[in-house]
Design a protein around this ligand. Structure first.
Ligand SMILES: [Zn+2]
Length: 474
């Protein structure tokens, strides 16, 4: 059956290339789990194909074939067939950097510089509240937001990541989840020894999961010592696990590291042996041309977080230059405490426009380039591009449909520009991960939305109370 499905997929590719459908499609229909039909499609393949009416057939979580609805209907008999005539079919978005559980801290501190925001508000609020229950409630809320907004994969850095993983597993999303390492006691681990033990158990626990990859996340060069960074690299190498960190986010960080170690944060990470394969760094706002060269040489990818960089006043990351230098760049939202949402359509819009205003040049970072960053390049940045990031036979079925029949999206002259500059998260009418429908435009099928929202409201009361109590003690 599998062989014949592969043959069918090949025939349909040939058909799409111009052969006559009647000549190549056999009469017997192959069973499949799901067929999705959309008015147009941007599969994000290497040649950036823009398609008209498109259908995709899915079985066992895998994309079997992409073709016209007539071709797919003639070849496949699905258990479920979903039609989105006014929509564009896309691979799901890859959010290359976030802190999902921080959805519970959305809006807790605003209009502050990064170091103040972190040390006066975020670290204290986390110290008093972060627990497995907090992390599960926050991640549930984040998963709901991501599923409804078309994100199918995300890279996360937080604490109690085994609990984050349990929440993601239930929600049905795909994720790279990094347990945070930091040089002061945090909920869950008090010192490097404990951090290593907790992380080792986490890596063991989720080994081999089809959608969840356990990773290690030293927080940043200014919060992690040489010993911490080296221990993280060595454990990651032992497990072949991904590494995630923050790098060159602010000018302050550049200064601090230069004063302490006599070099840029990137050069410092290289000196301690931390740079290398399977590492993705977030921000890179203050990367120099030499830093970019190092990232390329060491096969390190970058995630761009335009909204967080704008809100914290961190600066404009040199994304066009980094891409030109050969750095693989994905797109991220960062956490909801510094954005304040996980909306990848917003992130795309800002990424494009911020690059243009930074360069005083509207030709830099085009809509197709931004769309690549949010899909296939994001998958590449996380080492997942053989599985996801584009819609091609043989890849996992992570896909979305964006409704274009809206007053803010019609008429459509140019699909990529409509998606990047005009579409909104609320336009997502279908989200599928690993072949499973998570959002059908009316209901999230894996989570109880009312329950998740009620829990978030309860947590706001608890967090507020904990901050007031600590204020009284001072
Ligand atoms: Zn971050």
């Amino acid at each position: 059956m599998r062989k014949s499905a592969a043959l069918l997929a090949l025939l349909l590719v040939l058909t799409a290339a111009g052969a006559s459908p009647a000549a190549v499609i056999p009469a017997a229909k192959a069973p499949c789990d799901l067929v999705v039909v959309a008015g147009s499609a941007l599969p994000m393949d290497a040649s950036f194909t823009v398609r008209g009416e498109t259908a995709v057939a899915i079985r066992d979580g895998e994309i079997l074939a992409l073709g016209t609805p007539a071709e797919i209907d003639a070849a496949y008999l699905p258990k479920e067939r979903l039609v989105r005539a006014g929509g564009v079919l896309l691979p799901g978005f890859v959010n290359a950097h976030t802190h999902a559980a921080m959805n519970l801290l959305r809006g807790i501190s605003n209009d502050q510089p990064l170091m103040e925001w972190l040390t006066k508000y975020i670290f204290p609020a986390e110290g008093k509240n972060v627990s497995p229950a907090f992390v599960r409630a926050g991640t549930d809320l984040a998963c709901l937001e991501m599923i409804r907004g078309g994100t199918t994969t995300f890279a996360d850095m937080y604490y109690f990541e085994s609990d984050v993983a349990a929440s993601v597993d239930k929600a049905g999303l795909r994720a790279i989840l990094g347990e945070t390492w930091i040089d002061f006691p945090v909920p869950g681990h008090a010192n490097l020894e404990e951090t290593r033990t907790v992380t080792r158990a986490f890596l063991e626990r989720w080994k081999g999961h089809p959608r969840i990859t356990a990773a290690i996340s030293p927080h940043a060069p200014y919060t992690c010592s040489r010993e911490t960074l080296q221990a993280a690299r060595s454990l990651a190498d032992e497990f072949g696990a991904p590494l995630l960190t923050h790098l060159s986010e602010t000018q302050d960080e550049q200064k601090q590291i230069l004063e302490k170690y006599g070099k840029s944060p990137t050069a410092w990470l290289d000196e301690v042996g931390f740079l290398g394969p399977r590492l993705s760094v977030a921000h890179g706002v203050w990367l120099t041309p030499e830093d970019m060269k190092l990232l390329v040489e060491r096969k390190v990818s970058l995630s761009h977080n335009p909204e967080s960089n704008m809100k914290l006043g961190s600066g404009i990351a040199p994304i066009a230059a980094a891409r030109k230098a050969g750095v693989v760049v994905g797109l991220g939202t960062d956490g909801s405490a510094s954005n304040n949402d996980l909306d990848m359509l917003d992130a795309m819009d800002f990424a494009g426009k911020l690059a243009k205003v930074g360069a005083l040049d509207p030709t830099v970072l085009t809509a197709p380039e931004v769309l690549r960053m949010a899909t296939i390049d994001g998958a590449k940045a996380l080492g997942l591009d053989r599985l996801v990031g584009s819609l091609e036979p043989g890849k996992r079925a992570d896909l979305i449909v964006l409704d274009l029949d809206n007053v803010h999206t019609q008429p459509v002259f140019d699909l990529p520009s409509t998606v990047v500059y005009a579409s909104r998260a609320g336009d997502v009418s279908l989200t599928v991960v690993d072949g499973k429908v998570l959002w059908d435009g009316a209901r999230v099928r894996t989570l109880d939305e009312a329950k998740v929202l009620a829990a978030a409201k309860e947590w706001r009361v608890k967090i507020q109370k904990s901050l007031e109590e600590s204020g009284k003690k001072k």
